[in-house]
Ligand binder design. Structure first.
Ligand code: FES
Length: 74
């Protein structure tokens, strides 16, 4: 595990405040095969409260899916 991954695990960034969903929660969902927003919502509950985090959740999901796809190509 590189230092950036370790830091992320130690200080999980909250992406959705209402549902307490962190970047790490989204990363875990992506690692388990989730690639679309509806499935992410169903899995984590993100963006099912006030909804103001939707763009952050979508951006995080996209970035993490691309990251996982990049790992798969190595
Ligand atoms: S901050 Fe995510 S639903 Fe409110």
């Amino acid at each position: 595990m590189d230092p950036a991954e370790l830091f992320a695990l130690m200080r999980p960034e909250r992406i959705c405040i209402c549902r307490g969903v962190s970047r790490q929660d989204i990363r875990r969902a992506v690692q388990e095969g989730i690639t679309d927003f509806d499935a992410l919502q169903e899995r984590t509950g993100c963006s099912t409260g006030c909804g103001t985090c939707e763009s952050r959740c979508r951006a995080c999901l996209t970035a993490l899916v691309l990251e996982e796809q990049g790992k798969a190509c190595l």
